[in-house]
Each structure stands twice: as structure tokens, then as C-alpha cells.
Design a protein around this ligand. Structure first.
Ligand SMILES: [Zn+2]
Ligand SMILES: [Zn+2]
Length: 724
């Protein structure tokens, strides 16, 4: 039989035909010979006609027809080569667990079973190929599975009352463990062994202070949660709920007894989700999957899933590609832009999950307080759940009318003082990290990155100037390179705010959370934990501090410099600013009575009005109509085409050439990218608005291929046009 296949390493959407004597399953990963070398290929569909490549053997058949359909769609819609999408399903390092043998194909074969590479060494590659093609040999793949540890995790609880424990004269290490269990109610045994001195854990067990055994928190769902659980069905479901409304409880009930994939936008959210599931469901096999894991760990988790050992998999967007037939898919914080993959293979994991749930005929549940605009006005079933507590109050402070101290209105500082007196914590949201931009006080010179059209940012701790786009860094200096005048630092960044607050509140513990000091997910979790425990009074941070994880104790959230959010020339910046503000505001008042303050200098009044009322539906209605005026998504699809090269003139002429080639599609631009030069390369772009992505993409791809091979980026419906 003949099959069409996608071949790895070929950057093309073209299929190649192979013939096999045995029937092949659609989606099988096979080995083929292309005349020069052996390659991996994926069986796309049955076909007829002459073979173009020789078939060598089947590696595995984990992908099913539904996934093949999905991957072909992702390739077409986001303009990728199909084999690149298929290979996302196989983690690197998997080769170590596969042994390929050649075995006699029939009784007349003069050979014995031996390892493929051994055979090639002994007889040569051409004989290997010739005997397989001639039907004397065939390939046989054996999996050498590592011993997959399936952790039926033991949960640990306190077995004595606090009073009894305090009378026992425990040492500091032991007390720290007790403290952790008190804070979390239930902790997994392996987590304790990982985080604390093992001797202390064993000793507590021996003394009977801690006890292993699942203590499951029985949560009675509220009526509105119960209703959602009962009514969620196949297809796309949007769970619309403010922060603190109990979405996670709903997910857990829906997943109970099913095989579920649970996607989150950030690695740092995974442990919290895992912990919540463990508290609710007895003896469950939970897997995790993300890019911070070692390759060996990732392969182990992958194997657990494909061989059916994992009941719930919690992971970031790449987990969607593990070949497994889930019963249900959950996407939490679905508004987050990180579900859109821009580097390498381009795809939107949320749109892909919608297709997969359709192909598998299973429910997809997307939860958020601030949905994507298109999802609100789509066929998705929309469910609302309410926050039990009243929403936090929001005060808008116009700094143009206020007496200031540093970057704060004096009345805001007074309010912060009140909150601190009540022993509550404060979060201060700042848009940028670092201290500020570097400017000459005499001639106005702005110190720019040598590779990018971006102002350098001063960093106090490292005493350096850094480019936040390309990462270029140099030792700080204080004389203007043009006129010799004194350089000064202007603008607002996390480091400047931290320094100011340390001066205003000298006896308080003030910490900073941005990518500059927190690079690993566990560091983010740790600092938020510290804040929750009350070990930090004021936490200054970027968007990092407003994401997902449940953090108690936030009495006040101050948003310092909101105006910059709208300074970005992008169709999505209004919605994005709104989402960031609503998410940040949602941080405060988890226990009721919280407040948020938004400082601004004349930002869009209408937007701030909706923010102050936390009126999400209201704002979405206005934004939906506004985008209709300009045909922006979701009214039409958007294709952004970018070209970059080291030669400015060349970039400009190439993008113009392609834009003029494309007829019958509505084109805007071409123009310089908002940051014209990045890492030394000049970028130009244009945007197509269309109701027929396929048609315009075909035209773009045809033109692009003719004009220039390398340097292109094509994004279909990107969350924003401006990205660094
Ligand atoms: Zn100067
Ligand atoms: Zn740079």
C-alpha cells in the first residue's frame, strides 16, 4: 500500500510517498530512506501511485488520526512545515529508550537478529538498505522502558495538637517542618524529604508528631460551582470568574475519575495546582511537564503519559503535544499570552486545544477572569461563577493633581502606612524592571543599546546598563559620551521604587520580584510564600507578582505607572492594559476588604472607569465594538509578516516587494517595526486583515519563497503586534 508522509528535516508542506507491504496506521512514526540518508517520517494518509522514498520500518504508532488532523491544521493555519509540528510530540532524549534491530523478514533470510547499527557496521549501509527493500530484512523496534516510578504519593499531616507539639522540645529543623505542614494543611512526603533535612522528618515520624496517610479536604461546592460542574459538556466551555471565585474547585470536580490534561501559562503555577489536586483527590497519579525539567525527567513523564500511567497531567503549552487521548482538557488563566508560541514553530496552544477537543469530542474548559475577546463572542458555552467576597475596592489617583513624594502621591503613602499598621501586606506593581533610563542632564542624550533601538536601563545592584531586549550589558558610567555632562536616571523601574520605599518605610521588610533576581520558577514561589507568611511587608514587582497563584495577606495593591501600558502602538494594547490591571487588582482582598490604587497621569479615562468598577463585561462590549470599526480580531483574522536583516535598505525593499506581490488581500503597511533595530537586525513588517487566512497565507508564502529564503516571521492572530 502507498502512503503520503511528512518527512522530518524537510522544511516543506509537501508529502512524500512510500510503499509498505504491511498496512500502516495513520500517524505512525516511520523510518524512510531518501536516497542519501535515513530519515524519520510521519504517515499522513493513504495514497496511490509510485513511491518516492523507500520504507524501512515503523518506530511507533502513538499518534492517532485525530492528532494528525490537528497537526495538519496547525501547520496550515500558522504556516509551519508539518513535520516540525509532528516532532513536537516526541521529546529529545527519547532515542535512548529505543533499540532498533534488523530481523529476518522470512525463513529464507540468511541473517540473524542484530542491532541495526551493528549490522551496518558489519555489512555496510547500502546492504542494510538493499536487504530491507528486497524483503530479506525488516526493522524491529524495542522499547527499553526505564523503571517508571509511579508515585502513589503519601500525604503527611500533623498527628498531635499544636499545644502537645510545643511541649515536646523539638529542634529548629523539626519545628520548620511542623510550620510548613501547618501552613499547607497537607504536604506530600516526598516533598518534605526534598525540602528538609531527612533525619528531622524521620524523627518527627518516630515521635508521632507527623503521620502519613491521605487527609482529603472535603469541599462542599457552592450552588453556582455545582451548576457549572453539572452543565459543562463537550466542546468549548468558557469559565468566566473573578480571581478568588473558586475556579480550581470546579476544574477538580470535572476532572474527577477522568484522564485530564491541565494547562497553565507559567511553570511557577504548577506546584500550586498539583498541591490543590492532592488535597482533594485520594491516591491520584499526577504528572508534570514543562521546559525547566531535565531532558531525562521530561522523557520519564512523557513515557508515563503515553503508557497510560498518568491520570492528570499538569503542564505548560508543550504538554498539549504529548500523544494521549484525554477525557477532558482544562486551560487555566487562558488569557495569558504565553500560550502563543512565537519562537521556532508558531502556534496558539489555546486554539490548538479547541481543535483537539473537537476532534476527540471531549470537553475543553477555559478559565479566566479576563478572557480573550474572541472567546466571549464565540460559540463557546459561557459560565459565570461569582466571587464569594465583595470585589476589592479600586481608587484611581490622578498624579497631576497630587502632592508627590518620589513616584507616589503622598495620600497613597499614607494609605500604605495604615495598611502596614494593620499588619497586612502590600504589593507594588511596576511595569519595568531596573532603575530607569539613562539621559544626559545637559544635552538630552539618551543612552541606547548598541544593537537595538532601545534605551538602556540602569541597574543599581550590578552597577550596569542593560538592554532588556537583547540582553547586552555594560559597566555603568556617569559622563555623557557626547558633551561630557552629568548623566541622570529617569523613569520608573522596580529598583527605583524599591529604593524609594526603603527610604519611606525604613523599618519594614521590602523585597523585589522581577526576572532580574528571580529566574527559576521555585524562586518566584518562594518569595510569594514568604509574603504569604508575613515575612515580607512590601513586595515590589513586575507582572510576575500578579500571575495566578493564590497569595493571601494582600491588603493593598498599588499600581505605580499605568500610563506606559498604553504607549505601545498596538491594536491589543487597550485590552492588554485592562487585563493586566484587572489581574493585579484581583490580587488584593482575597480575605475581603482589600483595596487597589491605580496611579496615572492622564491615561484613557473610559478604560480607568471600567477598571475602577471592575466591570469586565462592560469593557469587553466597548472594546468589541471599537475593534469592529477597524476590522481587528475577532472580526477579521490578522496575519503579521515580518522581515529582518542586517541591511536596512535590503529589509525595506524585500518587505515592499512581497507586499506589492500580494493581490486581493487587505494589506496595512509595510512599515518599520516599532523597535526598528533588534540585535543589530532591521525589521520591517506589514499586516493583513482577512476573513480567509488560507488564501492570503498561500499568496504570502508563494511570494516569500521567491523573494528571499531566510529572515521571515509569519504570525497568524498573534496576541499583539509588538513583542520583545
Ligand atoms: Zn550630554
Ligand atoms: Zn539591545
Amino acid at each position: 500500500m502507498t502512503y503520503e508522509t511528512f518527512v522530518e528535516g524537510y522544511k516543506t508542506a509537501k508529502t512524500y510517498k512510500v510503499r509498505s507491504y504491511e498496512a500502516l496506521k495513520i500517524g505512525s512514526r516511520i523510518l524512510v530512506w531518501d536516497g542519501k540518508e535515513e530519515r524519520v517520517a510521519y504517515v499522513y494518509k493513504e495514497s496511490s501511485g509510485a513511491e518516492e522514498l523507500s520504507f524501512l520500518g515503523v518506530l511507533d504508532s502513538f499518534l492517532d488520526v485525530e492528532r494528525v488532523k490537528l497537526y495538519k491544521w496547525i501547520a496550515d493555519f500558522y504556516s509551519n512545515s508539518p513535520s516540525d509540528i509532528f516532532s513536537l510530540s516526541y521529546p529529545s532524549g527519547l532515542e535512548r529508550y529505543i533499540k532498533i534491530y534488523v530481523t529476518p523478514a522470512n525463513e529464507f533470510s540468511p541473517f540473524k537478529k542484530m542491532e541495526k547499527n551493528e549490522f551496518i557496521e558489519k555489512y555496510s549501509r547500502s546492504k542494510y538498505k538493499k536487504y530491507i527493500e528486497g524483503g530479506l530484512l525488516k526493522l524491529k523496534v524495542e522499547w527499553r522502558l526505564p523503571r517508571v516510578r509511579v508515585r502513589r504519593e503519601d500525604s503527611v499531616i500533623l498527628a498531635k495538637s499544636l499545644k502537645e507539639i510545643l511541649e515536646m522540645n523539638l529542634n529548629t529543623d523539626e519545628l520548620r517542618i511542623v510550620q510548613r505542614i501547618m501552613e499547607e494543611g497537607v504536604v506530600s512526603y516526598s516533598e518534605l524529604l526534598k525540602d528538609f533535612i531527612n533525619v528531622a522528618v524521620f524523627s518527627l515520624e518516630r515521635k508521632g508528631v507527623i503521620k502519613r496517610g491521605a487527609k482529603i479536604k472535603k469541599i462542599k461546592l457552592r450552588e453556582d460551582q455545582e451548576r457549572v460542574v453539572k452543565s459543562i459538556g463537550k466542546g468549548v466551555n468558557l469559565l468566566f470568574g473573578h480571581t478568588g471565585s473558586g475556579k480550581t474547585e470546579v476544574y477538580i470536580e470535572i476532572m474527577r475519575g477522568k484522564r485530564a490534561l491541565y494547562l497553565v501559562p507559567e511553570v511557577s503555577l504548577i506546584p500550586q495546582v498539583v498541591r490543590r489536586i492532592r488535597e482533594r483527590v485520594r491516591n491520584i497519579n499526577i504528572g508534570v511537564y514543562h521546559s525547566y525539567m531535565s531532558s531525562a525527567r521530561r522523557v520519564e513523564e512523557w513515557l508515563k503519559v503515553v503508557f497510560g500511567k498518568t491520570e492528570v497531567l499538569v503542564g505548560t503549552r508543550s504538554a498539549l503535544f504529548i500523544p494521549y487521548r484525554w477525557d477532558v482538557i482544562v486551560i487555566d488563566e487562558v488569557h495569558d499570552e504565553s500560550f502563543y508560541q512565537r519562537e521556532g514553530v508558531v502556534y496558539d496552544a489555546v486554539e490548538a486545544a479547541k481543535k483537539l477537543s473537537e476532534n476527540y469530542d471531549i470537553p475543553l474548559i477555559m478559565g479566566t477572569a479576563t478572557p480573550r475577546l474572541g472567546d466571549v463572542y464565540s460559540d463557546a458555552k459561557v459560565f459565570h461563577i461569582k466571587r464569594i467576597l465583595p470585589p476589592p475596592s479600586v481608587e484611581i489617583v490622578d498624579l497631576r493633581k497630587e502632592k508627590m513624594r518620589g513616584s507616589f502621591a503622598i495620600k497613597v503613602l499614607k494609605e500604605m502606612d495604615e495598611v502596614l499598621k494593620m499588619k497586612k501586606g502590600i504589593m507594588v506593581f511596576v511595569r519595568r524592571k531596573g532603575f530607569g533610563r539613562v539621559v544626559c542632564s545637559r544635552c538630552g542624550y539618551v543612552h541606547m543599546c548598541k544593537n537595538c533601538d532601545v534605551a538602556m536601563t540602569y541597574h543599581v545592584n550590578s552597577k550596569t546598563f542593560k538592554c532588556h531586549v537583547c540582553g547586552y550589558e555594560e559597566k555603568a558610567f556617569d559622563k555623557c559620551p557626547v558633551c561630557g555632562g552629568q548623566l541622570k536616571i529617569v523613569g520608573v523601574g522596580t529598583e527605583r521604587i524599591e529604593k524609594q520605599l526603603k527610604k519611606f518605610f525604613p523599618d519594614k521588610v521590602i523585597e523585589r520580584a522581577d526576572r532580574e533576581i528571580l529566574s527559576r520558577p521555585e524562586q518566584i514561589i518562594e518569595i510569594l510564600d514568604k509574603f504569604s507568611r508575613g515575612d515580607v511587608d512590601i513586595l515590589v514587582g513586575t507582572k510576575l507578582i500578579s500571575k495566578g497563584i493564590n497569595v493571601p495577606r494582600v491588603g493593598l495593591m498599588v499600581i505605580v505607572d499605568v500610563d506606559g501600558l498604553l504607549a505601545i502602538p498596538d491594536f491589543s494594547s487597550r485590552l492588554r492594559a485592562f487585563q493586566i490591571l484587572i489581574q493585579a487588582i484581583g490580587r488584593s482582598g482575597r480575605e475581603g476588604g482589600g483595596k487597589s490604587i491605580v496611579q496615572h497621569r492622564g491615561m484613557d479615562e473610559e478604560l480607568l472607569e471600567y477598571v475602577s468598577k471592575v466591570d469586565i463585561e462592560g469593557f469587553y462590549g466597548v472594546e468589541f465594538e471599537r475593534r469592529k470599526l477597524f476590522d481587528y480580531p475577532p472580526h477579521k483574522d490578522l496575519i503579521q509578516v515580518l522581515y529582518s536583516s542586517y541591511d536596512k535598505k535590503l529589509s525595506e525593499s524585500i518587505i515592499k516587494k512581497v507586499a506589492s506581490d500580494i493581490k486581493g488581500c487587505e494589506i496595512f503597511g509595510p512599515s518599520e517595526y516599532p523597535i526598528p533595530r533588534i540585535k543589530g537586525k532591521y525589521t520591517y513588517h506589514f499586516v493583513v486583515k482577512t476573513k480567509n487566512v488560507r488564501k492570503c497565507l498561500d499568496k504570502i508564502n508563494n511570494s516569500v519563497k521567491v523573494v528571499e529564503k531566510k529572515g521571515w516571521k509569519i504570525y497568524v492572530n498573534p496576541p499583539s503586534l509588538y513583542y520583545t
